[in-house]
Design a binder for this molecule. Structure first.
Ligand code: NAD
Length: 486
């Protein structure tokens, strides 16, 4: 291997499949993991087949009765210990994540904290799975409502937040009393395996958490969804794959939570504080190098403040230091792989052909690694193709507008509806616009909305269900109604 993983991270990361508490070799050989900054392999991990997946489902199914019967306080304490272990390992986990994902170390550190917070939050929620007793309207009996664990849950996660997307699912599943099989993205299996090792160290029993990296996600996930013992799919990834999995899950009527793609508009009204909007835009666009489902994808800026915003935002972006994520002072690491960079470069080229003006960036630096320069495009025509695509990179298209209603209509003209951002000095107008925007989440004068204590999720084709908050816990429960006569 080109990199000394243990030497760089200061910890030993497992590289097997985790099934029933045992680290095993997969039946599909090895899956190489690449460093996007060098394009070199950094590790090889075991790769699962459909047969391995059924073994993992059996392990999760066998562990289910014991874990579901474990007192909520004990389940919560395991999660709390996992939170503490993760925080203690922040530096090692962050470096591991940089190596497999490419993000800047400061983004990786922030992700470890965010990821660990899901364990802390759901440790606290584990003891708050409430129910209800009411008298029936006719007065004949009592209505007793309970929330029970939904059962064996399959968790499928993307590469962009390899730790947090796993903990955002494992935390509530375990708090609710479910057992899980996690299938991480093939680009970033190491962070998921490291999180699983932490959960084992925290006292989570064998078989409660199983992890299956694989080069064949279709057959592995398909085999699990066809197994009637699996009762839940919690997926985070693209709308395209999510749509396909909803079709597959229909055959067994499996309960689905879907966190899918986004195309977030960022509205700056005529009365906005432009410096605050630039600050918010830096986070909304550049957090995680633009590789976030919540990334601001389209900037709709009132013509009265557009020149000032465009100039100041471009100045901030062009001052960012681009380089390997582990280097001191790097603000922006490489994109995750060659395909992602090609997609970003093509979108920018097409936007320029559509009449957009490149204010800064607009190309890939001439160096090894999947880097792309921070880019601002101004005067983007409202019909440009780039506005319909999830860019997933450090590119900010600016569309100018004259009228707020027109901006709202443009913001809503997409199949996506995950998050929208809005800058204005008038709170009354902000709340009116927030109500009119078709999104599951709205940031008002804020460039970030993610919070483990809040319900995260989208409307339209950005998803079904919510993660985080109390709703995130309920997604892993079934409601049981008992009619009682006493
Ligand atoms: P992706 O859809 O390609 O992959 C997501 C996961 O699905 C991976 O684990 C992948 O291996 C798996 N997968 C791929 N094909 C599959 C198949 N045929 N059957 C079963 N599983 C399959 O997405 P990605 O490129 O890893 O991640 C980027 C996407 O994720 C973006 O669209 C982004 O918006 C979205 N995302 C959404 C959220 C959210 O909370 N809404 C958060 C992060 C990322």
């Amino acid at each position: 291997m080109a990199a000394d993983l243990a030497g760089i991270t200061g910890m030993n990361t497992p590289t097997g499949l985790l099934i029933g508490g045992q680290w095993t070799t997969g039946r599909a050989g090895l899956l190489p993991v690449l460093d996007p900054a060098t394009e070199e392999p950094i590790a090889e991990v075991a790769s699962a087949t459909a047969e391995d997946a059924i073994e993992a489902v059996t392990a999760a199914h066998d562990a289910l009765p014991g874990w579901a019967a474990t007192p909520p306080r004990v389940r919560g304490e395991c999660l709390r210990r996992a939170y503490e272990l993760m925080i203690a390992d922040t530096e090692s986990l962050a470096k591991l994540m940089v190596l497999e994902n490419g993000k800047a170390l400061r983004d990786a550190r922030a992700e470890v904290t965010y990821a660990a917070e899901f364990f802390r939050w759901f440790a606290e929620e584990a003891v708050r799975i409430d129910g209800m007793v009411t008298r029936s309207p006719s007065g004949t009996n009592r209505i007793l409502v309970q929330h029970q664990p939904v059962g064996v849950s399959v968790l499928v996660t993307p590469w962009n937040f390899p730790a947090a997307m796993a903990t955002r699912k494992i935390g509530p599943a375990l708090a609710a009393g479910c057992t899980v099989v996690l299938k991480p993205a093939k680009e970033t299996p190491l962070s998921a395996l490291a999180v699983a090792a932490i959960l084992a160290e925290a006292g989570v029993p064998d078989g409660v958490v199983n992890v299956l990296p694989t080069t064949s996600p279709g057959s592995v996930v398909g085999a699990m969804l066809a197994d009637p013992r699996v009762r839940k799919l919690s997926f985070t990834g693209s709308t395209e794959v999510g749509r396909m999995l909803l079709h597959t899950a229909a055959d067994t009527v499996t309960n689905c939570s879907m966190e899918l793609g986004g195309n977030a508009p960022f509205l700056i009204l005529h009365d906005a504080d432009v410096d605050a909007a630039v600050e918010g835009a830096m986070i909304a666009k550049m957090r995680n190098g633009g590789e976030a489902c919540t990334a601001a994808n389209r900037f709709y800026v009132h013509e009265a403040v557009a020149d000032e915003f465009s100039r100041k935002f471009a100045a901030r972006l062009s001052a960012l230091s681009v380089g390997p994520g582990l280097d001191d002072g790097t603000d922006l690491g490489p994109l995750v792989n060659a395909d992602t960079r090609t997609k970003v470069a093509t979108l920018v080229e097409e936007a320029a052909k559509d009449g957009s003006r490149v204010v800064t960036g607009g190309s890939a630096p001439d160096r090894r690694g999947y880097f792309y320069a921070p880019t601002v495009l101004d005067d983007v025509p409202p019909t440009a193709g780039i506005l319909n695509e999830e860019i997933f990179g450090p590119v900010a298209p600016i569309v100018r507008f004259a009228d707020t209603d027109q901006a709202i209509a443009m913001a809503n003209s997409t199949e996506y509806g995950l998050v929208s951002y809005l800058y204005t000095a008038d709170l009354r107008r902000a709340l009116q616009v927030a109500e009119a925007l078709e999104a599951g989440m709205i940031g008002i004068n804020r460039g970030v909305v993610s919070d483990p204590a809040a319900p995260f999720g989208g409307v339209k084709q950005s998803g079904l269900g919510r993660e985080g908050g109390h709703q995130g816990l309920l997604e892993f429960t079934e409601t049981k109604y008992i009619a009682v006569d006493w």
